[in-house]
Design a protein around this ligand. Structure first.
Ligand SMILES: Cc1ncc(COP(=O)(O)O)c(C=O)c1O
Length: 401
């Protein structure tokens, strides 16, 4: 029987008893209500950088809650933790003198970034600059802006009219983007792009693609938004994908890895130029969320970022990648996978057939991965051990045979 709970991205007729009921977790290991254990090969949903059950974050949240559980940061209120986490994120970001807007979910961050891009163009006097360019395979959350910004067609269908003025470009062909700019450049407010496309199937950018986007945006006074919700906080082997690929956007969204999901936290890093455009006495940025700057979420973010720093997890993402590639090379030599792609600690192995049955078998065998099209996706905690990477490879080998 389906229960009261409506699961995200699910068939509402599926009985609640058919879901895997996770009851506890430690490091990269999960346990369900039957006592079965799994390697968390997806860091839950691309977010648990530091692994599960980390006392340092739990204690930071508890300490914060003992002082102040919650209060909003709408004018005239503020709190220490919200200020601190914003400072920390601004310092880690490759955008000098940036400022940080806070929210709870990636979808909130994306919709806020889209709104900021549009309002900045309006304030610069570019009244007709409203188009947002999106990429095929892009995933940007499920609010109306992010739904419209997605390049995954089925996710956009059936909701009635979406947000106007979005144009799609292929994710791998900068010439096509040039053509769109040649035709619509004076009307383009912004381009939104993940540095490495995640939920659409793990697609690293073609060489020079992100640089090409930067150049076109600069030439046409359009803003470049990097959606770093998956890439941010170490996943690609740098603090942000922007650094991994050496491209500076104007706005960067983040969520997931910023708090490793211990409490919901997200936001938008706003470049100095863009924030200056909005900083005018008497002008109110009329957007924000009840939980923007939530002190307990901010405390989780601070403790998580400190752990990533102290444990060298950004560099460790590259080590995880190296071990993963060694395993994939062996599977490719056996003909069990056709190809693979990825960077840092986010990878896709193409098995040349529908990935869902293989994903299901891997879960049965105790390794949680995702299946997208013909690809098995692996995005573990950055603390995953070499032995656990080895078990992932062995399990993929057994399931793909
Ligand atoms: C790149 C990207 N942007 C936005 C989102 C939406 O985040 P949330 O599900 O927290 O709203 C996701 C979620 O997977 C994502 O991968």
């Amino acid at each position: 029987m389906p229960g009261a709970l409506i699961h995200p991205f699910s068939d509402l007729t599926k009985p609640e008893a058919d879901f895997i009921n996770i009851v506890s977790a430690e490091g990269s290991i999960l346990t369900d209500d039957t006592g079965k254990t799994y390697i968390d090969g997806m860091a839950s949903l691309w977010y648990c950088q530091v692994g599960h059950g980390r006392r340092e974050i739990i204690d930071a949240i508890t300490n914060q809650m003992n002082d102040l559980v919650t209060y909003n940061t709408f004018d005239p209120f503020s709190n220490d933790r919200a200020q601190e986490v914003a400072e920390l994120i601004a310092k880690k970001s490759p955008l000098e003198n940036s400022r940080v807007f806070l929210g709870s979910s990636g979808s909130e961050a994306v919709d806020t970034a889209l709104k900021i891009a549009r309002i900045v163009q309006q304030r610069r006097g570019h009244k007709d600059k409203q188009i947002i360019v999106r990429r095929t395979h892009g995933y940007h959350g499920t609010n109306f802006g992010g739904t419209t910004a997605q390049g995954i067609e089925p996710n956009r269908e059936g909701w009635g009219d979406l947000v106007p003025h979005f144009v799609e470009v292929p994710n791998d062909n900068i010439e096509e983007v040039s053509k769109v700019f040649a035709e619509h450049g004076s009307n383009i407010a912004a381009v939104i792009s993940e540095p490495v496309q995640g939920a659409g199937g793990v697609w690293p950018p073609e060489d020079g693609y992100l640089q090409g986007l930067r150049k076109l945006c600069t030439q046409h006074n359009s803003l470049l938004i990097f959606d770093e919700v998956i890439c941010g906080f170490g996943r690609t082997g740098s603090w942000f994908g922007a650094e991994t690929f050496g491209v500076k956007p104007d706005l960067m969204t983040f969520a997931k890895g910023v708090s490793s999901g211990y409490l919901p936290l997200s936001g938008v890093i706003v470049s100095n130029d863009v924030s200056n455009e909005l900083a005018e006495p008497g002008f109110l940025l009329r957007t924000g969320y009840t939980y923007s700057g939530h002190p307990a979420s901010a405390a989780a973010g601070i403790a998580n970022i400190n752990l990533i720093e102290e444990e060298g997890l950004v560099e460790r993402a590259n080590h995880v990648g190296k071990k993963t590639v060694e395993g994939f090379d062996a599977l490719a030599a056996e003909g069990l996978i056709e190809s693979y792609r990825g960077i840092g600690a986010v990878w896709a192995a193409d098995i040349g057939r529908d990935a869902i049955p293989v994903r299901n078998e891997m879960i049965d065998r105790g390794v949680i991965v995702r299946g997208v099209g013909e690809a098995i996706i692996w995005c573990p905690p950055l603390t995953v051990t070499d032995e656990q990477v080895g078990r992932f490879i062995e399990t993929l080998e057994a399931a793909a045979r």
